[in-house]
Every structure is written in C-alpha cells, then in structure tokens.
Design a protein around this ligand. Structure first.
Ligand code: HEM
Length: 155
C-alpha cells in the first residue's frame, strides 16, 4: 500500500513576464532510473491527460495524432536527460520557443500543463521507479523551462 509520503516539492514558480530564468537540465539519473520505456509511458500518460484537459484546444483533436505527438515529446525528454538524441533525429534541432510560437501559451495554460505533468509523474513516485532527488530535478527543469514557453498574455 502506498501512503503518498514523498517529500518532492511540486510547487510552481510564479511567472514573471519578460524573465527567462536559467534552466538546468534534469539529472540523467531520471532517465536511467525509469528507462526509455518509462519515459515513453510517462509522456503517453501526460498527453492523454492533455487530450481531456482545459487546454486541449491547443493540441491535436485526434487521439492517434495526440499519441504520436506525445512520442515526439518523449523523444525530446529522452534526449534532454542525456539519452539517445531521438528528437534531433526525428524532428531536427529542438528550438522549443520557436516550435511553441504558433500556439497561444498563457501563464494559465502553463499552470494546467504543469499540474497535469505532476499527475502523470505520480505512478513513478508511487511505484518508486526513480529516486526523489531525480524526480525533483526533472520537476525543477520543467518548472523553469515552462516559463520560457509562455508567449501570450492572459485573455
Ligand atoms: C508551458 C506550457 C506548455 C504548453 C501549453 C505546451 C504546448 C505545446 C503544444 C500545443 C505543442 C504542439 C503539439 C505537440 O506536438 O505536442 C507542443 C509541442 C511540444 N512541446 Fe510543449 N508546451 C508547453 C511546455 C513545454 C515544455 C516546458 C517543453 C519541454 C521541456 C515542451 C516540449 C514540447 C515538445 C518536445 C513538443 C513537440 C515538438 C515537435 O515535435 O515538433 N513543451 N507543446
């Protein structure tokens, strides 16, 4: 039985307009702990949550297209954690801000995105698939880097 006693800090940094704080990549240990399949499962869970979320309008309307998008995202996260550079191989240079530019990403969209990512991480915590230190470093990375993706003021 799980008691949910993890001490990982999932607080969300407040967004400050015009400031892109320095980003530290996640510990490679997060990837070695969960493996490529674990990362693909994580992004599958996350994208299926996004598909039914308050920010679903930003994403593909078709479930299969959404699943495929999740796997490009998994390619990225495997690469950023020091694994095989699948994203470069399949999609080219990441240039994440440029790739997000066509989408209206507001501070509120970022909050939804992060909360759903936290939910998608829960099975990794519950099943102790990675150390708290490595999960924390992964969270810290998306917490900071997600601020860089905001490109639209609140409606
Ligand atoms: C701030 C909240 C964010 C929102 C609302 C958001 C939204 C989106 C949307 C609408 C797309 C296009 C559909 C798709 O291909 O998935 C996308 C693509 C992607 N996003 Fe985000 N994103 C956010 C933050 C991030 C962050 C922080 C990262 C990386 C750390 C990231 C990584 C990616 C990747 C790798 C893709 C796929 C790009 C491609 O294959 O060309 N996103 N995102």
């Amino acid at each position: 039985m799980q008691f949910g006693t993890s001490s990982i800090d999932f607080s969300i940094l407040p967004y400050q307009e015009g400031i892109n704080p320095p980003v530290t990549k996640p510990n490679p240990g997060f990837l070695t702990d969960i493996g490529e399949e674990g990362m693909r499962d994580l992004l599958e869970r996350f994208y299926m949550k996004l598909f039914e979320s308050p920010i679903k309008e930003l994403f593909p309307k078709d479930k299969e297209a959404m699943r495929e998008a999740g796997q490009f995202s998994a390619d990225f996260f495997i690469q950023i954690c020091g694994g095989t550079p699948y994203f470069n191989q399949h999609r080219g240079a990441p240039q994440m801000r440029g790739r997000h530019a066509p989408f209206r990403i507001t501070p509120t969209a970022r909050l939804h995105w992060l909360v759903l990512f936290e939910e998608a991480l829960q099975p990794i915590i519950d099943n102790q698939l990675s150390s708290e230190e490595n999960i924390q470093s992964f969270w810290n990375y998306i917490n900071v880097f997600s601020q860089w993706m905001i490109n639209t003021k609140e409606a």
